[in-house]
Design a protein around this ligand. Sequence first.
Ligand code: ADP
Ligand code: MG
Length: 651
Amino acid sequence: YSARYVEILEKWKKLPVWVHKEEFLKTLKENQIVLLVGETGSGKTTQIPQFVLEAKWLVGCTQPRRVAAMSVSRRVAEEMDVEIGEEVGYTVRFEDCTSSKTVLKYLTDGMLLREAMADPLLGRYKVIVLDEAHERTLATYLLFGLLKQTLVRRPDLKLVVMSATLEADKFHKYFTGVPLIKVPGRLHPVEILYTREPQRDYLEAAISTVIQIHMCEPPGDVLVFLTGEEEIEDACRRITRNLGDHVNVLPLYSTLSPAMQQKIFEPTPDQVRKVVVSTNIAETSLTIDGIVYVVDPGFSKQKLYHPDTRVESLLVSPISQASADQSAGRAGRTRPGKCFRLYAEKSFNELEKQTYAEILRSNLANTVLNLKRLGVENLLRFDLMDSPAPETLARALDDLYHLQALDDECNLTKTGEMMSEFPLDPQMAKMLIVSPQFNCSNEILSISAMLSVPNCFIRPRGEAQKAADEAKSSFAHIYGDHLTLLNVFHAFLQNNQDPDWCYENFINYRKMKSAVSVREQLVRIMLRFQIKLCSPDFNSKDYYVNIRKALLSGYFMQVAHLERTGHYLTFRDKDDQVVHLHPSNCLDHKAEWVIYNEYVFTTRNFIRTVTYIRGEWLVDVAPHYYKLANFPNSEAKRVLQRHFKKRRLSE
Ligand code: ADP
Ligand code: MG
């Protein structure tokens, strides 16, 4: 055995779950389902699947987050002294690192749901571990419901549900009569400090708190929670600039490269303090040893959905008390620690007790499509831990109907069946399926791939920013951002996928490589359904018209109209929203009609990734939708009525 292996072995035998190994295996032998609740870092994710392996069963262990699936499987491969992808592997969306030898597979809950669609009995598995159940993600919820049914039909299949200590009672109630094993934590006390006043700028406050900790507190690593990639990179740069070589500042977020992810686990030299700046992934999914100080601004990015406007968006929102307590706990793993909450104690008391389950905050169109595909007839009777609001469900059915995935009787159509095979949102899937009608499926594939790995442009702060903006404008297409993305993709291929070319053009090389790989996988799905791969003649004047019409054929429900007041209004059938073009857009003028990919709220409502379209195309591409809807927006409505009339006359 390697020295590294012996070192790991020593460490892992000390994890709290080891005390319960015999009890756990005995309980699992005697029961079909076992619930296991244990403090974060007690060894659930890394050890329990290995315990099960000893019994020579094929094991699948889900993780809500792809980074966790990748990072944890690497760790377990190391613990078992095997290469990743051999006996131990992982599968996440658009990436499969397993082989015929794999006996322990970590995968995202979304991937297991997809596998269940292809094989509802999940015949490949002997044991399924649904981990991080307390995160209450949509996919894990659906798997609960599905597996309850599968277990009845497959008496030999075992299910282990694992969660951190949050809300154990709720799970126990849902899985009535199922044995519960509790792994007591080993937490040291954590002193909680609040600010006297609410902070105006939490990013500033977080950075200055880190500096203060470094100046005034004894040795010990720091974990700072922030909300997203840009903010985290910004904070890392500024902390490094202030504290120089005395600290090792490391970012952690979902799109970080695996090598960078692994760095957070490496110990730093004596005299150097490690500062990890992370999204809430470090709250329970990944445990970093040696953290003594936690900085908690009290915000995270959360998915929110308004069924009235049908807008689903990621919003920086206040965290819940349960989240804040979990975060604080990260400071007490090795020894007594401190948690600096960047808000007043009064504000803490006003926070929600628990984070709402994802199913209550999501657009359910994709979920409904998946459940339909799985043969769940009555959605309202499907056994869920929390039921979504009826209007959210109604909206989802409505959207799928407009996308022609469901027929009048609410049955899945042929198109709907195909759509469910794409690991994409229903609009994008629809757009790909119908793109050959516009003779541009190749282009739509490239655009879809680029949309699936968002934010390929690097925009540093400081001096380099101007150069970055100039580089970006060289790709800009005056008709909009989707076409700009297409330009970037084509340029990347023309330059032989050269990393230096990316560097010079402020393009994220790794994201471009993933876009290429995503595209290949989408092509495979297209070919499986014999959807034609085709391109319009580049020299034809209709080249871009066709592509934009194809975009519209999927995203016709995401359209905004420029009013005479100079504002854009989203154009949906219930409620209009004033929105603004996101400053990152490439349009050369404020077009009358635009199609948008997403809706973001920062200081105000923005639509991001926008492309200019023409009003009469709405009538051509989605007459069923625009004819039926009773739009309140009178200005845009009048314009549309004119188009309908013109169309009738010409017919
Ligand atoms: P739980 O799932 O109960 O929260 P884990 O099994 O994730 O606990 O963690 C057990 C231990 O393994 C922790 O001390 C954690 O730091 C360590 N660990 C997990 N992943 C890695 C990794 N990629 N590299 C190094 N250590 C890791
Ligand atoms: Mg875990």
